[in-house]
Design a protein around this ligand. Sequence first.
Ligand code: ADP
Length: 311
Amino acid sequence: MLCLQRKQVETAQKHTREELEVLVQQRTAELSQSNEQLRHEVTQRKLALAELEQTRRQQLELRDQFLSHVSHELRLPLTAIYQFVTILLDELAGDLSGEQREYLEIVLRNANQLRDMIEDLLETTRVQTGKLSIEAQSTSVAELVGEIVSSLRTLAGAKGVALSADVSAHLPPAYADPQRIRQILRNLVENGIKFTPDHGTITIRAELSDEEHRAIRIAVADTGCGISPDECEKIFERLYQGTSTIEGSRKGLGLGLSICRELVSRHGGRIWVESQLGRGSTFFFTLPIFSSVNQLTPLAVAEQPQEGGRA
Ligand code: ADP
């Protein structure tokens, strides 16, 4: 009797085991099938992502080509306007009355603003397509600052703003592209003029950096409307336009400072701003000091500050 019972239990156990095994096999098959499905889905998603990325790149490339093409095309008619207005202003086509001269000067000023915006657009597409070139050499910062002060003093004066320079004596030459440094200084000073009210001042200072090794620090300080702390970093972003306004000043394209940041960083320097709303702003940038070692090593591109607008 006992023997029969044990046999029955064993048969039942064997049965259960077999059922379990079948179940496990079924489950394993199901799992490996869903695993396969998952793998397939992941592959599909990766492919879709790669396609998306490629489309995005193509769109960016198209946009850059379009911008570059439009900017070039805009430049031609603008050059004609500039040339003919200059001919009229020089009175090569006949005498001008005071009123005619005043109107032509307005045309010329506006044509110049348009030219600057087109140049910014072109420069931005050069940055985007990696075509921005820097030809660094031994460069006198004092000379460049002097040039900028003489060329922008009249523009500043017309707005009732005094422009001056304060360059340390015996400042060593910088390792920089003079054309590009002129471009940065012009941009910063023109912004200063734009955002500083009547009776304000703009000072360009240049001295050895006390924080960075073998670097020159250039500062463009204005007594203008200032920039709010949360905007001090954002204003260097492409297409960002701040809330700072001065009556009668024209909004630009929000490209100037992003171009300055790219140019400074391509020199291995850094750019930042310190500002107080209602009191003024000081834009700083650094450049490496020239040495014979510079010529043997390519310019190091510096990392830009991430917070607080400070390098
Ligand atoms: P935009 O050509 O539009 O002026 P920028 O890139 O040169 O573009 O400047 C971005 C923003 O930074 C400006 O819209 C302005 O709000 C702010 N900004 C730049 N320079 C000054 C300054 N000296 N004082 C106050 N705000 C400034």
